[in-house]
Design a binder for this molecule. Structure first.
Ligand code: PXG
Length: 411
């Protein structure tokens, strides 16, 4: 084994150092952010940008929301980490408030989205064996093509995207994949061994794609009738992003299990959770699942404040109102390269025709105009500004988008 670091210590710009010492698992835009506040960030030269990505919904509260910073500082001065071997003052109240927010019974706190998904799947498998009576280790999970549930081996086992999967097998067994939004395929895929149907009510990573109208409602009815759990991954779509607390509520759907992450940590700390009914989440017994950091007092203090801010600042209503406005403005732009503008609330995708030469160069042009966003897949520009964004800032941002879309020539 050979290493290249540590002998003659080299200096360089943050980008050069990241390139040299960081694994190349990302291709960031060439901007180096030094500071953030609300919907804005500044680079190390002092140039200001509008953050139109919000760390994929993790910054729904904006950068350094004063109430989140204060809650975190308060807790930093008390106790930060205790371990689940003991109780702490924050976890119980946090889980109660989270369950009330989600209108469900029990929660299991974790840190990242992928862990929340793993927890949901473990809960579903356990339920299949203990309650449904599936023969041991024959439980099946149904997932959707083009899903994104994270980067663990099980999450990539669910995936149909070669870039996420290739070279990472062998994969977790017991997975069936159906086309997204195809209710007949769901019905056909269910067997006596099916534990759960895992679905994103809106696929953000695959290009901000919505299932056909009524799909989630029908999926709820089918899973209920066939004795299968409905598990929603609301890591990116939940907590007000699409204009409701959870995206599945647009169709009046109440899942058995929900994976939550990203903005639960208010943009200041990683906080995630699996939540669900007592029938399922109540099956865990001591020692069967856990996390060193899950439920730590700092995370819980932040999570509590994050939920309160969502409510106090009416961020779901705000996402709905501003999202409708943003969609209408984007649809009014006269640009032949745009194939479709779609989304819900403040989660919007602008799909370009392949002849436009890819969304990346549009994101680079937007960056030069002071607007930060990111392509998702080849041809979709995703816009997901912080939900606290001022109408005036949104107005400024849309003008920059108009400029770029109207000016760019196909390659
Ligand atoms: N489910 C959904 C719907 C997500 O959007 C995850 C699960 C996984 O969450 P964690 O916290 O484990 O990343 C996500 C995450 C990336 C990346 O760099 C991840 C997401 C979006 C964009 C990039 O892996 N979403």
């Amino acid at each position: 084994m050979t290493t290249t670091a540590g002998t003659d210590r080299q200096t360089g710009s943050p980008i050069e150092l990241a390139e040299r010492y960081g694994a190349h698992n990302y291709a960031p835009l060439p901007v180096v952010i030094e500071r953030g506040e609300g919907a804005h960030v500044w680079d190390s030269d002092g140039t200001r940008y509008v953050d139109f990505l919000s760390c994929y919904s993790a910054l729904s509260h904006g950068h350094r929301h004063p109430r989140l910073v204060a809650a975190m500082k308060r807790q930093l001065d008390l106790v930060t980490l205790t371990s689940r071997a003991f109780h702490n003052t924050e976890m119980g109240p946090f889980l109660q408030e989270l369950c009330e927010y989600c209108d469900t019974d029990m929660a299991l706190p974790m840190n990242t989205g992928a862990e929340a998904v793993e927890t949901v799947l473990k809960a579903a498998r356990k339920w299949a064996y203990r309650v449904k009576g599936v023969p041991r280790y024959e439980a099946e999970i149904i997932a959707c093509a083009d899903n994104f549930h994270g980067r663990t081996i099980t999450a990539v086992s669910l995936s149909t995207e070669p870039a996420y999967r290739d070279d990472f097998g062998p994969f977790t067994p017991g997975i069936t994949v159906i086309p997204y939004g195809d209710i007949e395929a769901l019905e056909a895929a269910i067997t006596p061994n099916t534990a759960a149907f895992l679905v994103e009510p809106l696929q953000a990573e695959s290009g901000v794609r919505l299932p056909p109208e009524g799909f989630m409602r029908e999926a709820r009815a089918v899973t209920q009738a066939r004795g299968v759990l409905l598990a929603c991954d609301e890591i990116q779509t939940g907590l007000a992003r699409t204009g409701r607390r959870f995206c599945c509520q647009h169709e009046g759907v109440k899942p058995d299990l929900i994976a939550i992450g990203k903005s639960l940590g208010g943009g200041v700390y990683p906080v995630s959770a699996a939540v669900g009914t007592r029938e399922v989440m109540g099956l865990f017994t001591p020692g069967e699942h856990g996390s060193t950091f899950g439920g730590n007092p700092l995370a819980c203090a932040v999570g509590r404040e994050s939920l309160r801010v969502l409510e106090d600042e009416h961020l779901a209503e705000r996402a709905s109102r501003l999202g409708d406005w943003l969609l209408a403005r984007l649809r009014a732009i006269d640009c032949p390269e745009v194939k479709e503008v779609r989304g819900k609330g403040l989660l919007v995708g602008v799909e370009l025709h392949p002849e436009a030469g890819g969304a990346r160069r549009y994101c680079e042009a937007l960056m030069a105009e002071g607007l930060l966003c990111k392509e998702t897949h080849e041809n979709v520009i995703r816009f997901a500004p912080p939900l606290v964004i001022e109408q005036e800032t949104l107005e400024e941002a849309i003008e920059r988008v108009e400029n770029v879309l109207e000016r760019m020539e196909p390659v």
